[in-house]
Design a protein around this ligand. Structure first.
Ligand code: SF4
Length: 115
């Protein structure tokens, strides 16, 4: 049975270090890590498989996964899809409407904070 853990409080910013972003293997590949509008299921499977390959070679994988879980991120982070994070008890807190815009802004903020 799926058990979903509720956040103690809604995160308002990064809840852990972002130093691992300096060595992110996904730099320049955001199209693989965030779904385009109206993505078809088959395309999502292919996109996430390609993202997973990149993550497996990333030295920041563990920290990235913890960050995404702690911040209830959208998109593919730390070798995990949104659905895999949700199954682990860390579903996104953002409503479905507007998720693409929020995901893009969060990614921009995260990369800007890392530089
Ligand atoms: S683990 Fe994946 S999503 Fe996280 S920084 Fe590395 S390549 Fe990017």
């Amino acid at each position: 049975m799926l058990e979903i853990m509720e956040p103690v409080e809604t995160p308002t910013g990064p809840v852990s270090s972002t130093e691992w972003m300096d060595v992110a293997a996904c730099a320049g590949h955001s199209d693989l890590f965030f779904a385009p509008f109206a993505e078809r299921p088959e395309a999502r499977v292919r996109r996430e498989a390609a993202a997973r390959v990149i993550c497996q070679g990333c030295v920041g994988l563990s920290a990235c996964r913890a960050y995404a879980r702690g911040n209830r991120e959208l998109g593919f982070w730390g070798g995990e899809s949104e659905s895999e994070r949700a199954e682990a008890g860390f579903p996104p807190t953002t409503p479905i409407i507007g998720r693409k815009r929020v995901a893009e802004q969060r990614a921009r903020d995260a990369m800007a904070n890392a530089s």
